[in-house]
Design a protein around this ligand. Sequence first.
Ligand SMILES: O=C(O)CCC(=O)C(=O)O
Length: 298
Amino acid sequence: MQDHEKYLFDLRGYIVVKNVLSSSQIADLSARLEEERKTNPRPILGSDRTIFRNEDDPAWSAPSLLEMGGSYLELIDLPVIKPYLTTLLGNHFRLDHDYVKVDGAMKDRTLYLHGGGQGAGGPKDLVGPTDGGQCYYRYSNGKFYNGLVAVAFELDTVKPSDGGFACVPGSHKSNIGLPSEWRIAKTQAEMPEIVERVAVSAGDAIIFTEACSHGTVPWTGEGERRTIFYKYCPHAIAWSPCYYNADNYGGLTEAQREILLPPSAYGPHKATRYIWERAQAEQSELRELRAKKTGPDY
Ligand SMILES: O=C(O)CCC(=O)C(=O)O
């Protein structure tokens, strides 16, 4: 991460990194997504990992974009993005959740600014119904500290008037929560002036701290905006109650498996790995038993 990017991230709470996806990666991500959309037309795919697909799914099996394979697996630790994550989160960060959102497929979408300010969160904020504070941002002793960092990979070019990502730059450092009258706007015309729209080209990534008040501008563009969100946090933190099970996705590298580990202050320590490998083994045993089990009890 270059010095001017560190400056801008600290100042505004987000940066745009140009051309992080190659044209073949954009094509692969799009093709896999469009294939999925043929049978699953929801405007949000993947999940924040708080829901199961089926009620009897085993734990750690919430829907994820990683199931689409190919470039979706590469995005876990894309070489051009990884240095930003280590700078903003430390060496041991984890992928917490992922989803893709299609603006244009969602009708009458309202801008709902969420996050923002030291101590944001709480039951009335989208960022999680606990006591708040999980959206922290701090810079001290030459280091960044972030509770959650989002990487938004853009598959389509978005002009500012179309819609797309917007935020209140600098709000990640505010000591006062966003005034409630600025939180919601049903149309672009209703949006308060302090909200900045961020234009992108296909292949760019917006990296933002969830501590910055942000949201989606009501869409007026002609086509669609398909954005893939991968959200990372320091190893000791979890936002989602459902962790990844790396065994569910084929062909991962060791480094990627580490990024999918469940949370603990130990990070990818051998004790953590041992406990987790046991949990994974127990889960596959459970699956086998369930597969064998027949009859009225099941
Ligand atoms: O549409 C966007 O880029 C904003 C997404 C958002 O609000 C979020 O990821 O929490």
